[in-house]
Design a protein around this ligand. Structure first.
Ligand code: GMT
Length: 415
């Protein structure tokens, strides 16, 4: 067995910080957790860290090649005996290979289920010192048999799915095995402590971030004419159309507003509740005002939008709201979950009290009819989004992750 301390020493990254080798596991589909994971992976790779993204498909946001960034697909077996796919096992196995082949030092899971469990399983296997050496270990290129684990919780992994009886115990256990837990809002960090008994204060709140160059106001609004006629307002909602998003509330609010002004409701994305939106729009007599765009690049649509509706029951953060605000589009939603940490009620958007008797649609129409207030809110929305610029937030992640490796780095420097 190769001796400890003989591992390949990587040069410092361009920032002068030690260069990490890390694996990031995430869902590749449209959805906030995959976006955050992939954008973080790309930003860390640009900073000189060696980043291995692991998922069952290439994440849609991993849209350009970068030095130091690679993608590893997880493959399963279709063996007839297996009624259910064993993705968690296949992912663990892939992570073990990456540690052994590339000397990955840290696994950063995005969305706890099943990624945090798979990472823990991989670490347990790697800790078995009686295993034969493979990959770099066998070739003497690396000595690392241990990895650090970080997990970024995103929302329903804590608020919904993780609390289901059939996931709860394993999720709670896997969270306890992590060396670092982060959440995009103080609210979700608190929810995690409350429901999963993590030590209060141990989940670090690191907000989501937005590329302010990609998501920015565009006065020309080239897409507006494709979405609406002259004089029509553009009201937008972007999501994965799951029950937590309360799509029917979006449609009802729009119907109220539509009675007061010409407008269209633009729905971007896809998911199980999309047909409900269409059915309700028909019932309310506003189907012709609906624009169902499916999966689309959101930037030009947000730039052409007047208001963004996000009436979720419990949104841990609301990345889509932040992207809308970065384009200068105010957000209307509820005082629920982590959304108040993003949208300042009455300044960069409007947040209703849950159960209040004033309809979101009435507030939206009032706002659009008050031109000076609306204009000020557009400016404030963009200004607020600037608080979530990429660089300082990626710094927070980079420092938190490096903090996990520092003792090891110090050992190998001394050894
Ligand atoms: O939890 C979900 O429903 C999906 C999840 C995802 O994987 O896209 O979204 C969550 O993560 C985003 C990124 O951190 C947050 O911006 C969303 O607010 C959050 N969704 C919920 O909490 C419902």
């Amino acid at each position: 067995m190769a001796s400890a301390g003989a591992s390949v020493k990587l040069a410092p990254s361009p920032s002068g910080k030690p260069r990490m080798r890390l694996a990031i596991t995430c869902y590749p589909t449209y959805g906030g957790s995959g976006v955050v994971a992939t954008e973080l992976a790309m930003r860390l790779a640009e900073r000189g860290h060696e980043v291995h993204v692991v998922s069952y498909e290439m994440p849609f946001r991993m849209d350009r090649p970068l030095a130091n960034l690679s993608f590893h697909a997880v493959h399963g077996s279709e063996y007839p005996l297996f009624r259910y796919p064993h993705y968690t096992l296949n992912l663990s196995n892939k992570l073990i290979e990456l540690v052994e082949e590339y000397g990955v030092e840290l696994i950063h899971s995005h969305y706890a289920i099943p990624h945090a469990v798979a990472a823990w399983q991989a670490r347990e296997v790697l800790r078995d010192s009686s295993r034969p050496e493979t990959g770099r270990l066998q070739r003497g290129g690396s000595t690392r048999r241990d990895v650090k684990l970080a997990c970024t919780l995103h929302g329903t992994d804590i608020t919904l799915v993780g609390r289901e009886r059939s996931y709860f115990e394993l999720t709670r256990f896997a969270l306890r095995q992590q060396d670092l837990l982060t959440a995009p809002s103080a609210w979700l960090a608190q929810e995690t402590a409350t429901y999963f008994n993590t030590t209060p204060g141990s989940v670090q709140a690191i907000p989501n971030f937005v590329d302010l160059e990609r998501f920015k106001p565009d006065a020309a609004q080239p897409w507006r004419a494709c979405l609406a006629g002259a004089g029509q307002r553009v009201i937008t909602h972007v999501s994965n159309f799951r029950p937590v998003k309360r799509i029917e509330e979006v449609v009802r609010a729009f119907a109220t507003l539509r009675k007061r002004m010409p407008a269209v409701l633009v729905l971007v994305g896809d998911g199980p509740d999309l047909p409900k939106a269409e059915a309700l729009a028909k019932e309310l007599g506003i189907r012709d005002d609906l624009r169902l765009l499916g999966q689309q690049k959101p930037e030009p649509i947000l730039q052409a939008s007047d208001l963004f509706l996000l009436p979720s029951r419990a949104e841990s953060f609301g990345l889509s709201a932040l992207e809308a605000m970065a384009c200068g589009c105010p957000v209307l939603g509820y005082h629920a979950g982590g959304l108040p940490e993003v949208v300042e009620d009455g300044v960069s958007g409007i947040l209703c009290e849950e159960g209040g008797d004033i309809c979101l649609g009435t507030l939206a129409a009032d706002l659009l009819e008050n031109e000076p207030r609306y204009r000020a809110m557009r400016t404030a929305a963009r200004r607020r989004a600037e608080n979530f610029a990429e660089k300082p937030i990626v710094d927070q992640y980079e420092n938190a992750l490096l903090g996990l490796l520092e003792p090891a780095a110090a050992r190998s420097a001394g050894g």
